[in-house]
Structures are given as C-alpha cells and as structure tokens.
Design a protein around this ligand. Structure first.
Ligand SMILES: *[C@@H]1O[C@H](CO)[C@@H](O)[C@H](O)[C@H]1NC(C)=O
Ligand SMILES: *[C@@H]1O[C@H](CO)[C@@H](O)[C@H](O)[C@H]1NC(C)=O
Ligand SMILES: *[C@@H]1O[C@H](CO)[C@@H](O)[C@H](O)[C@H]1NC(C)=O
Length: 518
C-alpha cells in the first residue's frame, strides 16, 4: 500500500514538474508568433522567405512546455526576416493532415514553395533562435582569406565541401548547381566557395571551371578528395559528395548502415571486440580505404553489439573478422575463419578481391542426392547450373515461415506433377523451389515471399511472375513466356481423357467377369 502511494506521488510530481501552471501551448497574442489558418497559410508562406511553423494541440503537454519558449524565440527573431507561426490542429485538421502531422508538436521549416524540412534543433528559445539564424544565412559561405579557410577546415564537425572557383569561371553553370545542392544538403555538410589564389593554384584543374574538394572532419588536409568530373551535373556532384564525405574507416551503426547500403558499392567490414583491436587495424585499413575510395567502403563494426550481422554476410560469429559484401551482386567474401584473424592478410585479400580472383562464400543447403518430389528441390550450389540448363525453369523463392508460400504449395506441386507426368513436359520444363533463407542467390532482387521467376530455356532474361497464384495462370505463364510453349493444361486434359478411355476399356473388360460372378 505504501509503495502504491509512493508511485502515485512520483507520477504526480512528474506531471507537475513537466508543465508549470502558467505554461500555455497557445502563444500570447502580444508575442510575435503568427496564428495561421487554412485561409492564411499559403499566402503567409509565400510572402515570408523563412518560416518555422509549429503544428500543435492546445491540450498537449509538450506543446504547453514549448509555448513560452516559442514566443520568446519569435520575439528575438522579430527584427530579422524569420517568422514563427502556429497552427492549432484541433481547429485546422485538413491543413495539418495535408502535411502528414502525426504528433504534437511538429515543427517544420518552410522556405517559400519548397518542400518543408523537419526542424532538427532543440526546443529552448535560444536554440530555436540560433538554429533559425543559421538557416537564414546563405547555404554557401564565401571565404576568400586563406587563413580563415584553414581555420574552418581545422574546426570541422561535419564534412566541408569547398568550391574552388578560378577567376575565369565566374558565373558558370556549375556554380549555380553548387548553390542548389548546398541548399538541399545544408543540414549535413558545410559548403564553402572561394576564389583564393592559393587554393586555386593548389586545386583548380581547369581555369574555366570550378573544382570541388571534400574535407572530412578529423582528417589530414592532404587526405581531402579533389573532384575530377568527366561530366558535371547535379547528380554527379551529389554522388561525389556522397562517396567522398564518408570517413575512410567509418563505423557501422544503426544510423549509418542505410547510407552504406545505399552507396551500393562493396562494403568491407572489420568486426572488432575492443577499441584496441580497432585502433590496431586502422593503420592497415586507412591506406586501403584511400586507394579504393569510390570502389570499396571500409567500416568497423562493434561485434559485442552488432555481431549477429556476421550471419548476413555468411561469416561465423567469431571476432575479429574481415569480410567484403558486394552489395550490388549480393556476393560475400571473407578471410577464412579456420584460424584467428591475422591482420597482415587483409591488404592481399582486398587486392585479390579487387582483381576478381576470390570465390564468394555461398550459403547453401547440400545438393539433395535424390529428387523424390515433382517440385525440384533447388539449392544455392546448383542454382546457376539449373537455371541455365536449357529448359524452361520456374523457380519459387520462398521462406519456411511464409504463409503465402504454404498456401501456394499444393497448387505448385500439382503443376510440377503435370510436367513430370509427360515425356516432353519432363524434358523441357522444371518447376523448382528454393528456400531463400538457407541459400544465397546472386543478382536477384527479392523483396517478399514467395517470388517466382521463369528462366526461359533459350537463356534470355528471367521474367518475374506477377499473375494469380492459380494452376491455370501459372501454366499459361510457362506456355506464353517459356521457350517451348509447353501447355500443362493440355497435358492434364489429355491425360484425363486417356484415363477415361482406359477406365471404359477396363470396365468393358471387367464386365464379363462381373457377369460370370453373377
Ligand atoms: C586574413 O585574416 C587574418 C586573420 O583574420 C588577417 O590577419 C589577415 O590580414 C587576412 N589576410 C588578408 C589577405 O585579408
Ligand atoms: C554563384 O551562384 C550564386 C547563387 O546563384 C551567386 O549568388 C554567386 O554570385 C555566384 N558566384 C559567382 C562567382 O558567379
Ligand atoms: C499422370 O498420368 C496418369 C495417366 O497417364 C494419370 O492417371 C495421373 O492422374 C496423372 N497424374 C497427374 C498428376 O496428372
């Protein structure tokens, strides 16, 4: 009983400390905060170049806490061209829905007609002021003084993208592309432009065009990456920034994993147990990362936290380990885990990989000794051979836990049996299944189970099956898209007709016997 009271008290205290009595979610009418409605919203966004909009509900605790901070920030920013606005979502449902507001408060930054960006700062008045002030500055800082440039580079907390603009390149298209990209990516990078002599001499490769240099935080000046574009456009600049801004020997975490996957170039992993292990391997990995920049990304991975990821790249959970995942082809390579990892093997392993002389580690079930079912039990080791066997091969990629796969099974078996039952069908068509959780298949994009592909016998490109999961539809697909036009339904009907005839004959043959019995 006492315990319960104590808990109740704690809960009450928590609520009390959370919102003070005077906190109000709705900004005071005396403050600089502008109340917007569906009638006024568009006009206001159009007229004001930079607006921080708060979508809120008057009853919400976090909104009450934010209220006074928001008002005070609005007042502090009133003299600048930065406006703070509130939209009460209990009154303006449609407006809030049109921005996909799911929680209160949601803060969005509007710059004219552009897509709004999420506000990513803190919710105290001074944080709001400094965040919005920074946004109001140009996306690109123009710095001409070389000692100022050097200072900026030494103080980097995020990668810096420097445009070196030779005097002869003034007003080039590249410059406006650079500004456009800077506006889009300003939250992640620091963009600087210079025409400083020293930098032009050092980096500019063409006196008519800008050169771009990426400085990564915590790295030597000479490690900066210098652009060398064959063709220059927005996509190439964004790709260049994306590839070059990654640290030479970065770290895989929940936050960075997606960006490494999206880079879509091979990813080399070093799984480490201790910081000391990671530090010891860094002098080996960093030069490799420099050499293969843009071709292979190199990362560390903290095994005690994320070690089970080893399974995904076909390695044992024994650390440290070194492995390379060719993301595009989904092929996996690793230094043998028979012995403890010897770091001195890494450089040779990477160069062998780059030379294409390594065999991938294929995850596969053993090849079955006998195929005793109509559906062919396909495994990783045999996949390439079977799909290129010259027959029309339909493969179902499934997972044992998948319900849709289980529902398809009887139909699929029936289909397979029809071809198996026919001399020509058996010769020309294979109906196979592969457990995709136990077998690796390269160059295959599978996003759900079951996924079915037909590999035509003439070796032409595989075809995804997107039809109904019925016997008739599957049979038609093989007939239409396969090389041999084998028609399972025709085989089935012919077999049924033949069976009927056989039965009649048998009945006739049996009849006299029955008579005899009578
Ligand atoms: C560059 O800046 C430094 C420090 O701010 C200053 O001492 C120096 O005179 C400046 N150089 C030029 C060329 O403006
Ligand atoms: C580069 O483009 C920006 C934005 O359009 C412009 O303000 C700036 O003057 C240009 N710089 C040069 C040197 O042309
Ligand atoms: C296979 O053919 C025989 C006769 O030819 C028939 O009795 C049987 O039903 C057929 N099986 C299938 C699965 O079509």
């Amino acid at each position: 009983m006492r315990l319960l009271n104590l808990q109740t008290l704690t809960a009450i205290l928590a609520v009390l400390s959370f919102t003070k009595a005077e906190d109000n979610a709705i900004a005071s009418p005396d403050s600089a905060v502008v109340k917007l409605t569906s009638e006024t919203f568009q006009g206001f966004i159009k007229e004001n170049p930079l607006v921080l909009a708060e979508f809120f509900a008057p009853w919400c605790g976090h909104c009450k806490k934010l209220g006074p901070e928001f008002s005070s920030a609005a007042d502090a920013l009133a003299t600048k061209d930065i406006k703070l606005a509130q939209i009460d979502c209990t009154e303006e449902r449609d407006l809030c829905n049109s921005f996909g507001i799911k929680g209160y408060p949601t803060l969005k930054v509007f710059r004219g007609a552009n897509e709004p960006a999420e506000y990513q700062g803190q919710r105290q008045s001074d944080s709001i002021v400094s965040y919005m002030t920074k946004l109001s500055l140009p996306a690109v800082s123009v710095i001409e003084n070389s000692s100022d440039l050097l200072d900026s580079i030494s103080e980097l907390t995020s990668p810096m993208i420097l445009q070196v603009l030779p005097p002869g390149a003034t007003g080039s298209d590249a410059n406006s592309t650079f500004y456009e990209v800077a506006n889009a990516l300003r939250n992640d990078f620091f963009f600087v432009s210079t025409s400083n002599d020293e930098y032009v001499k050092k980096y500019a490769t063409d006196s008519k065009k800008p050169t771009y240099v990426v400085f990564r935080a915590d790295e030597q000046l000479d490690d900066a990456s210098v652009s060398n574009f064959d063709t220059f456009d927005k996509t190439h600049l964004v790709d260049f920034i994306d590839v070059e801004s990654k640290p030479l020997f970065g770290e895989i975490t929940g936050a960075t994993f997606q960006s490494y996957m999206a880079a879509n170039i091979p990813l080399a992993y070093y799984f480490w147990n201790t910081e000391a292990e990671r530090d010891a391997v860094a002098p080996i990995i960093t030069p490799l990362a420099k050499k293969y920049r843009g071709e292979i990304n190199f990362v560390g991975l903290e095994a005690p936290k994320f070690g089970m990821h080893a399974k995904n790249i076909n390695m044992e959970e024994t650390f440290p380990l070194f492995a390379i995942h060719d993301i595009a082809g989904n092929l996996k390579y690793g230094i043998s885990q028979d012995k403890d990892l010897d770091n001195s093997l890494i450089a040779k392993f990477v160069s062998d990989y780059a030379a294409g002389s390594l065999e991938p580690i294929v995850k596969s079930e053993e090849i079955p000794e006998v195929q005793d079912e109509a559906v062919y039990h396909l495994v990783g080791y045999e996949h390439e051979a079977i799909v290129k066997s010259g027959k029309d091969v339909l493969v179902e990629y499934y997972a044992p836990w998948c319900g849709h796969c289980k529902r398809l099974a009887p139909t699929y078996e029936e289909l397979a049996a029809i071809y198996q039952n026919d001399t020509i069908g058996k010769e020309k068509v294979v109906v196979a299944k592969l457990d995709h959780t136990a077998n690796d298949v390269s160059n295959l994009d599978i996003t759900g189970y079951p996924t079915l592909f037909l590999y035509p016998g003439d070796g032409s490109e595989k075809i995804l099956y997107e039809g109904q999961r019925s016997l008739e539809a599957l049979a038609d697909f093989i007939k239409e898209k396969g090389t041999y036009g084998i028609d399972a339904l025709e085989i089935r009907d012919a077999a049924a007709a033949a069976a009927a005839v056989t039965e009649e004959v048998a009945e006739e043959a049996a009849a006299p016997v029955e008579h005899d019995e009578l």
